[in-house]
Design a protein around this ligand. Structure first.
Ligand code: TRP
Length: 340
């Protein structure tokens, strides 16, 4: 029996932060360790280039950084195939064939792409590659015959687009080579989107409000000490607000079962008055460090030998190429363009 396939990837445009960790990395490690799936995890450098064509050095550097983040968070190359998108030319070839099955109007309707176009201020100069990236993403997913694709809610349109392409391809060429994937989306809002340290709805590099898996202990301490709490909680004796207070919000997300009684007591004390922000922050810092310290330690170890990290990516890419190549042959056969 072959195992169901899980595939997911990230655009390498920077280092990964706590939002990535709670939103996806942690879950990937759990799925990987269940041993029930064939896992593929990849660095979507070609997709990153669709809006960073002139900053390819950022992409190159981020490939190394995100690979380190993966390894230190517990993604294990002995259990998961980790690869780099650009090293699998079969994906670009599949994209060519799928492009003929998707209209320009359909691409322009993709809500995530629409939002991104507005955010990035492309105006009327949208790079063609950018508009087409959902098709390339469909190639990523279908090349590995992925059954499940764990992604954020913003990726729903990409999964839908992929399902349409699969149906269209299989119908057009009277075949069943392509597999319709299902998205796996975050179960609750909290895990889906970690707010920034400043209380902004999203932790993001551009807002400078994040804690990175690569931050050293001193940086994490300074960041936690600067977190947004309750601006009206001026003196320790003042009653404080728990809602909208990032320290308590993070405690709700990162606290474990055994911390729940302490957290409930602290909330009560804070609301009553008499509990200072420095105390709540020190407590949160311990909770975060419990998670971050082992990751940081592993990261420093792996970072000593980047040659080895890239060697791991090279081996993963070889495995991935085999699989994608097999699907591509089946696709070409279905289309009747297997001439020789
Ligand atoms: N678009 C995804 C993101 O921005 C990254 C990605 C590219 C991806 N190809 C994929 C995710 C295939 C899942 C499957 O997060």
């Amino acid at each position: 029996m072959t195992k169901p396939v899980i595939l997911t990837g990230d655009r390498p445009t920077g280092k990964l932060h706590l939002g990535h960790y709670v939103g996806s990395l942690k879950n990937r490690v759990l799925l990987q360790n269940e041993g029930k799936y064939d896992m593929f995890i990849f660095l979507a450098d070609q997709q990153a280039l669709t809006d960073h064509a002139k900053e390819s050095e950022i992409i190159r550097e981020s490939v190394g950084n995100v690979a380190l983040d993966y390894l230190s968070a517990g993604i294990d190359p002995a259990k998961s195939t980790i690869f780099i998108q650009s090293q699998i030319p079969e994906l670009a070839e599949l994209t060519m064939y799928y492009m003929n099955l998707v209209s320009l109007a359909r691409l322009e309707r993709n809500p995530t792409v629409k939002t991104e176009i507005a955010q990035k201020g492309f105006g009327s100069s949208i790079p063609t590659g950018f508009l087409v990236y959902p098709i390339s993403q469909s190639a990523d997913i279908t090349a590995f015959k992925a059954n499940y694709v764990p992604v954020g809610n913003d990726q729903k349109p990409m999964i839908e687009q992929t399902r349409e392409i699969v149906r269209s391809f299989n119908h057009t060429y009277k075949t069943d080579v392509l597999v319709e994937p299902e998205g796996i989306f975050p179960k609750n809002e909290a895990a889906g989107r970690l707010p920034g340290l400043d209380g902004n709805a999203k932790m993001s590099k551009s807002l400078g409000n994040g804690i990175y898996l690569s931050d050293d202990a001193d940086t994490v301490r300074k960041k936690v000490m600067s977190m947004y709490t309750d601006p009206n909680h001026v003196r320790v004796e003042d009653p404080g607000q728990v809602e909208g207070n990032m320290v308590f919000h993070y405690l709700d997300i990162f606290g474990r079962e055994e911390d729940q009684a302490d957290i409930a007591a602290m909330k009560e004390h804070y609301q009553r008055g008499g509990l200072g922000d420095v105390k709540t922050k020190r407590y949160l810092l311990d909770i975060l460090e419990r998670e971050l310290a082992p990751i940081r330690k592993r990261r420093l170890e792996y970072a000593k030998d980047m040659g080895e990290v890239f060697h791991m990516l090279e081996k993963g890419s070889e495995v991935a190429r085999e699989v994608a190549g097999q699907t591509l042959s089946e696709v070409k056969a279905a289309m009747g363009i297997n001439y020789f």
